[in-house]
Design a protein around this ligand. Structure first.
Ligand code: HEC
Length: 302
């Protein structure tokens, strides 16, 4: 079993220092929202929008969010787990099997507790979940047992953003998708432009190297250049993973600046079992806002 405790910060705290512990303690008091991440297979945006393949295609084009059909919180209905299991088993959705190489024994989904708080200058995010313990023996990313990435976007700036969350950046011609030989082609969004402020903010924690990555996705994915993320810290304690982020509310190029009350598109992904590329678990698109109970994730003031 891997037991790691890694702290990275702009202040150069290499161990869980005073500041880190205080933040973690506070955000751990914030209300927890359970969000399922599930195995999406090859369900890129082209598949989503192709009417002959996906029942939701028309509605997505009209702006209906994924969770409008796949999750109903009032009825405690959430299809995420079912979808992930079905895809991993190689079962067909209409005409397509969304995982051409089914993976035996891999759980279809992970239930993640998301907690969020803020003060005058920072957003604190805390993710906890039960380690899947799945070991395929195939170390696509030899350095990192797990990675957790978060995406944020100011709504209305990009195509399919409000509706699709991370899906807006996921296409069938990117690396690791079936038949794609280009191993450099990353996620992108049509019509995105960093210069015009149309982009997805992206930040990531990597458990092995302990890196905190602060980048963005526009016409391509860039894993550097952001200045908002000041700390990314993770730990596997027993069978529970905890990942904490400290991120400035303001930001530079490729960072979404968070205004009070305004809802931002929010999604996240977990790579377990040393996976890379599309072999991850992802959430549907939600919203996140500071002190706004309407949002999917309400970031409460400390
Ligand atoms: C109008 C309702 C609706 C919306 C909105 C919608 N879907 Fe679907 N989705 C469906 C239906 C119905 C199916 C079942 C398969 C079918 O008949 O197409 C499905 C199936 C799927 C599947 C395959 C799983 C399976 O059971 O076969 C995935 C993955 C999926 N949707 C993802 C998404 C994502 C991502 C979005 C948002 C970008 C989205 N859906 C938006 C209705 C919707």
């Amino acid at each position: 079993m891997i037991k790691s405790l890694i702290a990275v910060s702009a202040l150069g705290l290499s161990m869980a220092g005073v500041a880190g512990s205080v933040y973690a303690a506070d955000v751990s008091q914030a209300p927890a929202k359970k969000i399922m991440v599930f195995y999406p297979g090859t369900s890129g945006m082209e598949w989503i929008l192709k009417g002959t393949e996906h029942g939701g295609a028309k509605a997505v084009k009209r702006g209906e969010p994924c969770i409008g059909c796949h999750i109903d919180e009032n009825k405690k209905m959430d299809e995420s787990a079912e979808i992930g299991t079905k895809i991993l088993a190689g079962e067909k959705s209409k005409n397509t099997a969304l995982e051409p190489n089914p993976i035996k024994g891999k759980p279809g989904s992970i239930a993640v507790n998301v907690q969020a708080s803020h003060d005058d200058s920072n957003l604190y995010l805390r993710f906890t979940w039960k380690n899947t313990g799945f070991n395929s023996g195939n170390k696509m990313d030899a350095d990192n047992p797990i990675k957790l990435a978060v995406m944020l976007e100011a709504p209305g700036t990009l195509e399919n953003d409000t509706t699709g969350g991370c899906w807006a950046t996921c296409h069938t011609d990117v690396r690791t998708m079936p038949g794609v030989t280009d191993d450099k082609k990353t996620k992108y969004v049509n019509g995105a432009s960093l210069a015009e402020g149309k982009f997805f903010d992206l930040f990531q924690y990597r458990s092995g190297t302990g890196q905190k990555i602060d980048g963005y996705i526009a016409d391509k994915r860039v894993m550097e250049g952001g200045t908002a993320l000041s700390e990314a810290k993770g730990e596997l304690n027993g069978d529970t993973w905890t990942v904490n982020f400290t991120r400035k509310l303001s930001g530079g190029a490729g960072d979404v600046a968070l205004q009070p009350g305004k809802e931002y598109n929010f999604g996240f992904a977990i790579h377990d079992d040393h996976t890379a590329g599309r072999y991850h678990y992802v959430s549907f698109g939600y919203t996140l806002a500071l002190d706004n109970p309407q949002a999917g994730v309400n970031v409460v003031k400390q």
